[in-house]
Ligand binder design. Structure first.
Ligand code: ZN
Length: 268
């Protein structure tokens, strides 16, 4: 295992929504407070520590702090956060799979794997992933970045979107770029992927070249889109995300500290 880091060896991860309870002095996971109301929990299995979801109003005991897992991605190696990322993904899924989607009866944990089984009709449900693409679109020495209407702080990022039923990743890239910016691109090529449990995405990055079209933001999801050169980058997403890693890799080295290109951990 390559899980060295502040989460290594923690017997229990205590969550409050997307936040993890950390000891302020050591930065390591703090145990759930003895008097906390537990909303959901699962036991340790297959190298994954136990994880508890505590009530949304659970205060942090003295010397501890609630910290979003997303913010840790900006400071800790992605591989060292895998226990928290996986636990968060499973807790998110558990919170939305308490009842059978087929017949509405309560669902129970399946004993031998991470799954839910319906207590009435036996339907089995596994943790759900929502695949989404990221598109690195280039035209000469410039990169297409878009400002989502919901982004805060004037952040520009890659065109992104969820894969539709019966659609391939490549078709999704072409469709999303055209819909959101009016730009037509050539055949997309796979770059890298990242599990993104906020709440249940799998981000899959592609690159493609501009073929035709002037930028016309859709005006709904995308408020603004432009071509950017490496020497004039806009505000970008925080480090730790695949989108930021792909942007940095595409720009090469952009202002401030150099960022290593995103790499996936080696399979264990
Ligand atoms: Zn059922």
């Amino acid at each position: 295992m390559s899980d060295a880091g502040r989460l290594a060896g923690a017997p229990v991860l205590a969550f409050r929504g997307p936040e993890l309870l950390l000891d302020e002095a050591s930065g390591r996971p703090a145990p759930p407070p003895a008097d906390a109301r537990v909303v959901d929990r699962f036991d340790a299995r297959d190298g994954l520590p136990a994880a508890w979801t505590l009530a949304a109003d659970c205060p942090a005991p003295a010397g501890t702090a609630w910290t979003t897992v997303r913010s840790l991605l900006g400071t800790d190696p992605w591989t060292s956060l895998k226990p928290a990322l996986k636990a968060l993904a499973i807790l998110n899924w558990r919170a939305s799979s308490r009842f059978c989607g087929r017949c509405g009866a309560p669902a129970a944990d399946k004993a031998d794997e991470i799954a839910r089984v319906c207590t009435a009709c036996g339907s089995i449900v596994y943790p759900r992933l929502s695949p989404a693409i990221l598109a690195v679109v280039t035209k000469g020495g410039r990169l297409l970045l878009a400002r989502n209407a919901n982004f805060k702080g004037g952040i520009f990022s890659l065109v992104a979107g969820f894969v539709e039923p019966a659609e391939s990743f490549e078709e999704c890239v072409v469709r999303e770029v055209l819909e959101e910016t009016g730009v037509e691109v050539g055949a997309p090529r796979y770059r890298a992927s990242q599990g993104w449990p906020f709440p249940d995405s799998l981000m899959v990055g592609f690159e493609a070249e501009w073929i035709s079209g002037e930028i016309r933001p859709d005006g709904v999801e995308i408020a603004e889109a432009r071509w950017f050169s490496p020497d004039d980058p806009p505000p970008l997403p925080l480090p730790g995300s695949l989108s930021r890693a792909l942007i940095d890799a595409a720009f090469g080295r952009i202002g401030g500290e150099p960022q290593a290109p995103f790499t996936m951990p080696a399979p264990s």
